[in-house]
Design a protein around this ligand. Sequence first.
Ligand code: NAP
Length: 230
Amino acid sequence: MLTDRSILVTGASSGIGREMVRTYVGLGARVLGTARREAALVETIEGLDPERAMIVPADLGSRTGREILVTEALRIAPIDVVVHAAGVLGPRAPLAEYPEQAWHETFHINMTAIHLLHQELVNCLAPAATIIGVSSSVGRTGRGGWGMYAVSKAALEGWLEVLADEWPGPVFSVNPGGTATPMRAEALPEEDPSTIPSPADIMPIFVRLAAADPGYPTGEKLNARDFIDR
Ligand SMILES: NC(=O)c1ccc[n+]([C@@H]2O[C@H](COP(=O)([O-])OP(=O)(O)OC[C@H]3O[C@@H](n4cnc5c(N)ncnc54)[C@H](OP(=O)(O)O)[C@@H]3O)[C@@H](O)[C@H]2O)c1
């Protein structure tokens, strides 16, 4: 279904991004996965065809890290699909008490790094590449206690809207919905992860949007939960 599609996945060392790399490679795509932790990236591609499953450790928050990624991305250029799945939770704190440094760091990774990476990747992208932003319910409607995480995902929604109006290829926002990953466990430690969807459960919409004909108009905002078991 995704034979020979060339896909870049950020956040590939864990949770949703890790599952995405495995799923895309399993469907015949050539995938470059990135995140900071090399050992965890190696685990992501364990058992996968090394011709189609590639990794590059890089800190997307730093210019040097993004340069390393872009150099490696040339190996799979022209890239058909970019999925911006990397993200950080930041502190769960009310706005009145939100620590300043974490405010900047969380915005930097969840928004600014995505914007800068898009600019820096342009020469590696197919002319009408698909861009997928991984958003959140709290980015669609803010909720108390989610602080800069919610604010940065709302900013991401705005950035994707602007990009959809400018970019020649399809641009999508996908809200995974609560999914059993390390980030979710950090956000809601009291929750039993077996009661919510796994990363594998929410893959159908990410597969569909990565296809040559994604089936939705650019700018569409989708909820992964609507596509479970379809
Ligand atoms: N799980 C949910 O319930 C849920 C719900 C709504 C939205 N989301 C969104 O879905 C996406 C994936 O989340 P997840 O739940 O899979 O989280 P996760 O398991 O914590 O994975 C986050 C990924 O982001 C990477 N990352 C963080 N900072 C980075 C940096 N500076 N440079 C490069 N990579 C970085 C991490 O890798 P390293 O630590 O190795 O760098 C990791 O691979 C996120 O954007 C999240 O906001 C998740």
